[in-house]
Unconditional design. Sequence first.
Length: 87
Amino acid sequence: MQKSNQTLSVPTVYHAEPAKPWAAQLVELFEQAAALGARHGVDADAFMQGAWSAYIDARPGLREQLEELHIKNQLDELRKQGRIGEA
């Protein structure tokens, strides 16, 4: 069998350390994600959108709650403009 001259890059894998506070672990994960995104040329807006999407997906019901709040704000604005009546 022939040996390859190509070296393999082993990605850094995050391992939670029980002694570290969760906030410090979160900062490390943000730093790792940002470095990975930057290394691969991910657009900042796409990175932020992906991070927001992952956060929303991790909190069941939050997406619906935010959508409901958005609709209520839109209705309030339409009422202020006199475009719909109040019940």
